[in-house]
Design a protein around this ligand. Structure first.
Ligand code: ADP
Ligand code: ZN
Length: 579
């Protein structure tokens, strides 16, 4: 709770600035207010009214009369002036002593200010600096002119905001149907993938104002200010009727409360509560949508994700090869360029985010401009590529080696192929090696129909699909080269096998006993039995899984090669290889 104290420091700073300002104004007035024509000066000289003259090399000279008044007049720059003045008994001083004095005084004040500033800045370590309480006044609405066409790739995400745009355009229509739109949408994904861009495009497409703030703006201030900023933000947005409110870095206020007694958590709670209150305060049919962005969904407080709050979650992924080609094209479109091998560049830029691709094109444009080249050429792209790579830290994913890509490729195809062969009804709609916030690669199942029951055969096959990734790794790279990539698969398959054995009565030796329903003293003595049963179930399923993959090794290889080349495969691609 040190922050309110720091607030007080701002007051003397402001006072100092204001007084220096006043001082400057009055000094200026004193020294510059009175000016006279040179002829009038000559009159005064003739009438012996002048007591002192400051001769300078500037455009004007200052004159002090015997009655104490001062004025300025044009500097004739005549070499004889000094002699004439001296002859008339006028004191002649070189330079302008008063203005030197003023400069001295200013310098003194400014150094005081600078020292004060540095001291205050120090006491603010860990923050981005002083944010004035009313900085929100400046965060006025922006009218976004972006459209969905300014976003390349991320088709699924664009698809998921279509109805939101329609709703913002015409909330009336939705009101008539009694439809409840989500109040809040969370966009999650790696930095630079275009989350802000998407939110702006929603506002742009719908033609409503866009209000943006960052979660960290709410936190790095004094207690209570974050909450009041939230209220102001919503008040402003609502005064416009329809609006998109965008909160970047929502995790700064919405991180799940941990036990660690980190400072400022009070502030975060207050801010979060204010946000939730504001969100429940407006009606779903009003035409206000809150969009928030985060790099990770899993660290958010569950209070934020409840229905009626941020209940729609849209993943924004890194672009795959074809999306990267589109993004490069988009950013080159309004720049002069010639013979750039865009396809090759999209191959070379795996794991680049949209922001990084934009950075690449921009660097190339700067280099072309430096070279006075008429167009951006491949050589500029080459140089820009090294610059961009060097600028990002070495731990970055761009440096994922090709060998690691191959492991991911075989692993993912392992899952997809086993699924496709054993459970054709669970359509594999997508396989990718593009990392997501959940980890490297992934495959997406679109399960056609919800059945009320899942039979033993189905559950065993599901476990085999989970084991398919590890099995493929072992077959291709050997038992010593298996990786940690199967961590989550093993967690899931273990827990499913445990439920089969201990809850669903699908085990062999334990039969129909539900271990969970047994009192502790009985069930604990069964635990080795249960584990043994799960182990043998999983082991035999793992052998079966490997056998299926070995029987289809050619498809495993060819599909993986295609995946490595295209980075994302769809259902149709799988069909082509398996027919
Ligand atoms: P985020 O909010 O996810 O960190 P931004 O929306 O700020 O990312 O993206 C930064 C910039 O990167 C954008 O202004 C745009 O120029 C570029 N960019 C990112 N993704 C895309 C995309 N899918 N298509 C076109 N440009 C993109
Ligand atoms: Zn896996």
């Amino acid at each position: 709770m040190k922050r309110p104290f720091k607030n007080i420091l701002i007051i003397p700073v402001i006072t100092a600035v204001v007084s220096v300002g006043l001082l400057m104004v009055t000094e200026m007035n004193l020294t510059t207010k009175n000016t006279k024509l040179y002829s009038e000066f000559n009159e005064d000289l003739k009438n012996k009214n002048i007591s002192e003259v400051h001769l300078t090399k500037s455009d004007t000279i200052s004159v002090t009369l015997k009655d104490g008044t001062t004025y300025k007049t044009d500097n004739p720059e005549s070499p004889s002036l000094k002699a004439d003045l001296l002859k008339e008994g006028v004191t002649v001083s070189p330079g302008n002593s008063t203005s030197l004095g003023v400069i001295g005084r200013y310098m003194f004040f400014f150094s005081l200010l600078a020292i004060g500033g540095i001291l205050i800045k120090r006491s603010y370590t860990g923050t981005k600096g002083i944010i004035s309480v009313d900085s929100l006044e400046n965060s006025s609405a922006e009218n976004s002119h972006l459209t969905l066409n300014d976003i390349a790739g991320n088709e699924e995400a664009k698809e998921s905001v279509m109805d939101i745009i329609d709703f913002l355009k015409n909330p009336q229509k939705y009101r008539e149907y009694g439809a409840r739109m989500p109040k809040g949408i969370i966009l999650y994904g790696d930095p630079g993938t275009g989350k802000t861009l998407l939110a702006k495009a929603v506002a742009g497409e719908a033609g409503v104002p866009f209000y943006a703030m960052s979660g960290s703006d709410f936190i790095q201030v004094y207690v209570g200010v974050g909450a009041s900023r939230i209220r102001q933000l919503f008040k402003k947005a609502r005064s416009h009727g329809k609006a998109v409110i965008f909160i970047d870095e929502i995790d700064a206020i919405g991180k799940a409360r941990s036990n660690s007694a980190s400072g400022g958590s009070d502030e975060r709670d207050q801010t979060l509560n204010a946000l939730l209150t504001e969100m429940s305060g407006f009606n779903e049919t009003e035409g206000i949508i809150v969009m928030a962005a985060t790099n990770r969904l899993d660290i958010l407080d569950s209070a934020l994700l409840r229905p009626g709050r941020f209940d729609r979650h849209i993943e924004i992924t890194l672009p795959d090869i074809s999306a990267r080609e589109k993004i490069l094209n988009l950013h080159l479109q309004n720049k002069p360029h010639e013979n750039i091998k865009i396809k090759e560049w999209s191959q070379k830029t795996s794991y680049f985010s949209g922001a990084k691709l934009e950075h690449l094109v921009n660097e190339a444009a700067i280099l072309a401009c430096k070279d006075n080249s008429k167009d951006i050429l491949d050589i500029h792209m080459d140089k820009a590529y090294s610059i961009v790579l060097a600028g990002y830290d070495k731990m970055n994913r761009d440096y994922i080696k090709d060998s690691e890509k191959r492991i991911t490729g075989f692993h993912e195809i392992g899952h997809a192929l086993v699924s496709h062969l054993l459970l054709p009804m669970d359509k594999v709609s997508k396989v990718t090696i593009i990392p997501t916030t959940k980890g490297a690669g992934g495959y997406t199942l679109s399960i056609p129909e919800d059945s009320m029951y899942q039979n033993k055969d189905y559950l065993k096959k599901r476990i085999m699909v989970m084991l398919g990734g590890r099995a493929a790794e072992e077959i291709i790279f050997g038992p010593e080269k298996i990786t940690t990539g199967a961590l989550n698969d093993l967690k899931e398959s273990t827990s499913l096998s445990l439920r089969m054995v201990s809850q669903f009565g699908m085990g062999d030796s334990l039969g129909l006993l539900s271990i969970e329903s047994l009192p502790d003293k009985f069930s604990s003595s069964m635990s080795t039995e249960v584990i043994k049963e799960c182990k043998s179930l999983i082991e035999s399923l793992y052998e079966d899984t490997k056998k299926i993959l070995i029987d289809n090794i050619e498809i495993l290889n060819s599909l993986t090669e295609e995946l490595l080349e295209k980075e994302t495969l769809y259902y149709e691609d799988l069909l082509k290889h398996c027919s």
